[in-house]
Design a protein around this ligand. Structure first.
Ligand code: SF4
Length: 602
């Protein structure tokens, strides 16, 4: 390990680790995260699965993260394979290798991990004794670019269905049937999508003509129907390294009803379901006492919307503040209620508060269904500065549908207005800082904007340069996303099966850790597109409603009519109400997936 940076990434042995007897387990699952340890361990979904599987007496789950290039070189020099952190077993010894696919720019890391783990990258090249390679997470809502690398995908929420699937795999191992027979059985479960069971044909112009099922099953998203009693870890892993989110994070609700038209998470985790406050507090007491953490975050897509948030925070602070534990909400709405909450419960005001107006003008915020006014932002900024915060982060997107020059100017205007307010409260405050963070809008599958065009690299650069010229000065900082990375993300996120070859070619040329600016090599990707004869701009173009989309055959519960209507309402700048507080807007999820929203306060 001599010259390897951060060897602690590969040693395991963390507090609360679960190392079970390898020989006693009937089913052995490697939970694989295609990014480094510090990011992977911060991810809650894998923590849930880790303990859920390990709680089963006959099953075992171990972790493996993407090794940094220096450790990859070490493995190669020693002729060693990538191993799990717990029992130090090679990846190809497991029955199942399950990847968590959180972002598209980690796709090449999947191939690196398979290769280093001694597993052929293509499903078609794997033998009966090779592990089943499965994928889950938000990317599998359009998994098509990865279709050739995965035996099956688990679309949606795993807590209820995964133990059942693993049990079926356990029984299959005893029967001696083939993998093909197993996959035919597994696809009867909700959530299971076997890409090899679908055949895609194309029009001469490259659009998809048809996605034909070979076995008859239509994949439907898995959903946790009893979220109140849904599994949550009791033994929180505590690392020896600093990780991205180094705290106890507790998911208080799932789903979001705000209906922002660009937001994939808000669409694919519907309906909203809240966990009972009493159960949250009970679990937290246990988690905090067994970890020693002094920071607790109550997470969800929009935590301030939890119906009993005030009561929950009051009780949490009553229990934990005397023990020196800081309670925080990571996502705040832009309103005074949120600031009031933050003021009362977030004792550390040295950090920054983040507001997400998303767009520079009220018109564009109506287009995206973000019903936030300039007035809301002004009031929230006054409240935040008055309460002692000196650092505010404002989060925006460029390239949103219908965006004009006026909308871009609006971003700069808002930044200056917030700065002006800050100076009223902190006239001599050298610590006063407004950070404007601007990302490029990437249309995602299963959102109302899934048919929209993504702006080109040149257009992105032009808009970024405009903002760089406008947003300057002491106490103002502008951050923006790499336009080349956003371009690649846009291609992969709405891509089809033909991209597997491009991903492989780029990877063979050396692409990996594409989400890391010091590793990303855009030219390798462009070379790969050229070599495979694929035009990358084909994938960022706008689509017609009648076009077969690469994910059209997957049933997420969202009705096409709803998504289409929302896309039309965007053009008309019409807001759609929130089904938490107003009536159902007929997105289709509850009736299709036989689930209902659950609001504790009702
Ligand atoms: S079906 Fe209705 S109640 Fe259910 S998530 Fe959609 S809009 Fe909300």
């Amino acid at each position: 390990m001599g010259n390897v940076s951060k060897p602690g990434r590969y040693t395991g042995g963390e507090y609360n680790i679960q190392t079970k007897d390898w020989d006693q387990a009937d089913i052995r699952v490697a939970l694989a995260f295609p990014d480094i340890y510090e990011i992977g361990l911060s991810h809650m979904g894998l923590r849930i699965l880790y303990e859920l599987i390990n709680d089963h007496p006959k099953m075992l789950a171990e972790r493996v993260y993407a090794p940094w290039p220096d450790f990859q070189a070490l493995l190669r020099s020693k002729n060693a394979l990538l191993m799990s952190l717990e029992n130090k077993r090679d990846l190809n010894e497991f029955d199942v290798v399950g990847f968590s696919l959180q972002y598209e720019l980690s796709y090449t890391n999947v191939l690196t991990m398979l290769k280093l783990g001694g597993i052929p990258i293509y499903t078609s090249e794997r033998a009966e004794h090779d592990p089943l390679v499965i994928g889950g997470g938000p990317c599998v809502f359009n998994p098509e670019p990865l279709a050739d690398f995965f035996d099956f995908f688990l679309i949606g929420e795993a807590e209820e269905i995964l133990p059942e699937i693993l049990e079926q795999i356990r029984k299959w191992k005893l029967t001696g049937q083939t993998k093909a027979e197993l996959l035919r059985q597994l696809e009867k479960n909700s959530g299971v999508y076997v890409p090899a069971h679908f055949q895609v044909s194309y029009e001469p112009d490259g659009r998809i003509q048809r996605i034909a099922p070979l076995t008859g099953a239509q994949p439907e998203r898995a959903v946790v129907r009893d979220y109140s009693g849904a599994f949550f870890p009791k033994r929180w892993l505590v690392p020896y390294l600093d990780i991205v989110h180094d705290r106890v994070a507790y998911e208080i609700q799932r789903g979001c009803t705000k209906g922002c038209r660009f937001c994939q998470a808000g669409m694919i985790y519907r309906p909203v379901r809240e966990r009972p406050a009493a159960a949250i507090l009970e679990s937290l007491k246990g988690l905090l006492s067994t970890t020693g953490y002094e920071e607790l975050s109550l997470t969800s897509l929009s935590s301030a919307d939890y119906s009993r948030i005030e009561e929950l925070l009051t009780e949490a602070c009553g229990c934990f503040t005397p023990q020196g534990i800081n309670v925080s909400l990571p996502s705040l709405r832009i309103d005074s209620f949120s600031i009031d909450l933050a003021k009362r419960f977030q004792s550390n005001r040295k950090g920054s508060l983040t507001f997400a107006p998303e767009a520079g003008t009220e018109r564009l915020r109506r287009v995206i269904n973000k019903g936030v006014t300039r007035e809301n932002l002004v009031t929230a900024s006054h409240a935040a500065f008055k309460a002692g915060w000196q650092k505010l982060k404002l989060y925006f997107m460029i390239g949103l549908p219908t965006e004009t020059q006026e909308d871009l100017e609006g971003i700069a205007d808002l930044a200056f207005e917030v700065l002006k307010i800050g100076r009223q409260y902190h006239p001599k405050g050298n610590a006063l800082r407004i950070t404007v963070s601007v990302s490029t809008f990437v249309p995602k599958a299963n959102t109302p904007f899934q048919w929209r065009e993504q702006i080109s690299i040149a257009e992105t650069i032009r808009k970024q340069q405009f903002l760089q010229e406008r947003i300057r000065g002491r106490q103002l900082e502008l951050n923006w996303h790499d336009p080349l990375m956003s371009h690649l993300e846009g291609i992969l996120t709405r891509g089809d099966r033909r991209l597997a070859k491009v991903i492989e070619t780029a990877w063979l040329k050396g692409a990996q850790f594409d989400g890391w600016s010091d590793q990303f090599q855009f030219e390798l990707w462009m070379d790969a597109f050229r070599q495979e004869g694929i035009d990358p701009s084909f994938y960022i173009r706008g689509r017609n409603y009648d076009e077969v989309l690469p994910w059209s055959h997957l049933n997420t519960g969202l009705s096409k009519d709803f998504l289409r209507l929302e896309n039309e309402r965007a053009n008309q700048e019409v807001l759609t109400s929130d089904c938490r507080t107003d009536s159902c807007t007929s997105c289709g999820v509850c009736s299709t997936l036989h689930v209902s929203k659950k609001i504790e306060g009702n």
